[in-house]
Structure formats: structure tokens, C-alpha cells
Design a protein around this ligand. Structure first.
Ligand code: XIL
Length: 381
């Protein structure tokens, strides 16, 4: 039997059912006193990620649409795939627009904003008791041609960025829990990324301005720095720590630091992630995992082996454990929940199977690793 079928058989047998909650145990601050209340007819608890999660931790996913999906042979997933939407509503209590709030989608022409697709996600989130992570405002990628290729003076460019931030953040005022204000602004060596048109043309001081403008537009949203390659200590983490300290010293409204956590089994599990997050926690910042996925080199069959799935589950658990170990890590988001719509095969040829569910939403070991770890943190079992 293929690994996929093994997983499906397990799913068919156990579905989402877990034995009833054990008596509450004394434990960490993340534990509450009672287990899940709802049981199904056979006396089993129907447990999803969001129900399993400790109350102070949001469990999120990207909501699929735009970006690489545009070139795929299906309509925008979030807008049409009903089974997908049911899982999205059922399993998660935080959503991140995968592409729908990026410049090229939300601000396609200089004087045109396209809020429709992102509004639909915000509405869905509200209906299903989910918070929204806004993504993103200052980035080098997925910017519209009118911006990247326009001939603007420095003053014009600065005014364009300010108008964008005030307009977009203002449009969603009160509806966004956390904004990824600055995305991927540093290189691996800790220097500012010169591909970022705003940083290149206006200098790194523009980062502080972006935070200030966002804060003015929505004082309650928690404003984040977000990047990949910060799962291990090194030059990039050092530079982010220095930047965070400087921004805080300058009274810039920075509230959080996030690790995207796009991982590959090629590079080993991120076993120092808790220590990295702790450094930002020590500055008084929230921390978050914002885009977790764990890709792997697929065998010729295209189907991961049972061993690969186990390794993947361990990586997912390592990242969740890191977040659970850090008091101010209150948001844990995976970058899509089904391989059906994952960006990975499109961007990393020969790698794949990076999410916690198969194309048909069957759960992989990684899903159960997350759910069991959440339940253990919540109810101490
Ligand atoms: C990816 C999306 O998943 C794709 O649909 C799109 O084609 C490219 O961008 N870091 C980020 C995310 O901050 O916005 C990226 O999302 C993945 C890497």
C-alpha cells in the first residue's frame, strides 16, 4: 500500500476522532482546566486544530488565491472550492491572504485599488470566528509593473508608499490582528535587500516610516517584521535583532517578529528556533510562525515514503514546539493546508508534498503531529 493509502486508511478508521479528554492536569499557563466539550454520537471528541489549540494561540493558514494559482488549471481556490472552504473554516482560527493583499493584486494600477478578493477573505474570517493576518506592505516581490517600472522621483515614491499603506491598512482598520508590514527586507548576510525598490531608492529609514504610517491607519493592528531564513541563529537573525532594538529605541510601533518557516527536509529540523524566537520575546515583542511548510525531494513515484512523512511530521512538531515554548508566540500559521494548492512544486521543482494534507484533504502524519501537540499543550495529555 502506498504511503498515501496508508494515511487514508488511518484517516478512514479514525477520522477526526480522538478518545475523550483526560482529566485536566496542573500544568503550564497554556493549559486550561477542561477538555473539549462536544462529543459525537459514539462518545468521541471531534477535534480540529483550532479546537485543540491552547486559547492564547491562533492556528492559521494561507487562504489560496492569486499568485501561482493564476497559471494553474483551476479557478481561484478560495472563491470556488467548497470542500476546501469547509476545511478552512473548520480547522483554523486565523487566515492570511496568500496573495490577495499584495501590491500587484490590491493596487494593480496607480490610481486603482482592488479590494474585492481580500474583502471576501476578511468577511469569511469574520463569519467563522477567525482573525486575519495582513500580508504584506513593503516587499521587493509581487509589485505591479506601474510601480517597479515607473519613473518616480524619491518624493513621489515615498508619497506612493504612504498612500498605499494608509489606504490599505485604513480599509481594513479594526479587522486585522497582525500586519506583516515589512517582508523579507534583509539578505542572508543581514544587509538590506536592494531589490526592494523603496529601500533602494529611499534608504532603510523607510522601514520605520512604513511602521508609523501603518500604525496611524490602524492603531490596534500588531505590526510585524517577517522573513524566511531566520529559523537558525546567524547574520540575518543578528541583523533583525539589531534592527528591532533600533526601531524600539526610536519608538517605532513595531510589535512583532515572525519566522516564515519555509522548510525543506534537505536542511535539517530547525532545532534552535525557540532560542531565536526567545531573543525577540526578550525585547518585548510578539513572535509568530507565519508561513510554515516542509517540502521534500519526491521519489520518482511522486509519493513520499512513510519515513519521509514521519520526518516531515517531526519538522512541523519542532516548529510548533518552538512557538509553544515562547510566551509571546501567539500565532502559528501554515502556508496552505493541502498539497492540492501548495506553491512548493511551482517554485521548487522536484520538491513537494509540503503541507499537512493530501490533495483530497486526507490528513498526513504532520497533521496529527500538530493536533496532538496542540492538545497536549492545551489539556496536558
Ligand atoms: C507565495 C505564494 O504562495 C504564491 O502563490 C505566489 O505565487 C508567490 O508567493 N514568502 C512570502 C509569501 O512572504 O508571500 C510567498 O507566497 C512565499 C514566500
Amino acid at each position: 500500500m502506498s504511503a498515501h493509502r496508508v494515511a487514508m486508511a488511518v484517516l478512514a478508521a479514525s477520522a477526526l476522532l480522538l478518545p475523550g479528554a483526560q482529566p485536566a492536569q496542573a500544568g503550564t499557563a497554556r493549559q486550561s482546566t477542561t477538555g473539549p466539550a462536544a462529543t459525537d454520537r459514539s462518545g468521541y471528541h471531534v477535534l480540529t486544530l483550532r479546537r485543540a489549540a491552547p486559547r492564547d494561540l491562533r492556528i492559521g493558514t494561507a487562504a489560496a488565491g492569486g499568485g501561482h494559482h493564476v497559471d494553474q488549471p483551476y479557478p481561484d481556490p478560495f472563491t470556488y472550492d467548497e470542500p476546501y472552504r469547509r476545511v478552512l473554516a473548520h480547522e483554523f482560527n486565523s487566515v492570511s491572504p496568500e496573495n490577495q493583499m499584495k501590491w500587484e493584486f490590491i493596487h494593480p494600477e496607480r490610481h486603482t485599488y482592488n479590494f474585492g478578493p481580500a474583502d471576501a477573505i476578511v468577511k469569511f474570517a469574520r463569519r467563522h470566528g477567525q482573525v486575519v493576518r495582513g500580508h504584506t506592505l513593503l516587499w521587493h516581490s509581487q509589485n505591479p509593473a506601474w510601480l517597479q517600472e515607473g519613473q518616480f522621483t524619491k518624493d513621489e515614491l515615498r508619497a506612493i508608499l504612504k498612500e498605499h499603506i494608509v489606504t490599505v491598512v485604513g480599509h481594513y482598520r479594526g479587522k486585522i490582528q497582525q500586519w506583516d508590514v515589512a517582508n523579507e527586507i534583509l539578505n542572508e548576510n543581514g544587509e538590506y535587500r536592494q531589490e526592494n525598490i523603496f529601500i533602494r531608492e529611499l534608504g532603510p529609514g523607510i522601514v520605520a516610516d512604513a511602521f508609523r504610517w501603518a500604525h496611524q491607519a490602524d492603531p490596534k493592528a500588531q505590526l510585524f517584521l517577517n522573513d524566511y531564513g531566520v529559523e537558525w541563529p546567524g547574520a540575518k537573525v543578528d541583523a533583525y535583532e539589531a534592527l528591532a532594538k533600533q526601531l524600539l529605541a526610536d519608538r517605532v510601533p513595531l510589535r512583532g517578529f515572525a519566522s516564515q518557516a519555509h522548510l525543506s527536509t534537505r536542511y535539517g529540523a530547525p532545532d534552535q528556533l525557540a532560542a531565536v524566537l526567545q531573543r525577540f520575546d526578550a525585547l518585548g515583542l510578539h513572535t509568530a510562525i507565519t508561513e510554515l511548510d516542509v517540502r521534500m525531494d519526491l521519489p520518482e513515484s511522486g509519493v513520499p515514503t512513510a519515513e519521509q512523512l514521519q520526518t516531515q511530521a517531526t519538522y512541523y512538531k519542532t516548529v510548533l514546539d518552538a512557538c509553544l515554548a515562547v510566551a509571546g508566540c501567539n500565532s502559528f500559521t501554515i502556508w496552505g493546508f493541502t498539497d492540492k494548492y501548495s506553491w512548493v512544486p511551482v517554485f521548487f521543482p522536484s520538491e513537494g508534498a509540503a503541507t499537512v494534507m493530501w490533495d483530497d484533504f486526507g490528513r498526513k502524519p504532520a497533521y496529527y503531529a500538530l493536533r496532538n501537540t496542540l492538545a497536549a499543550a492545551h489539556w496536558g495529555r
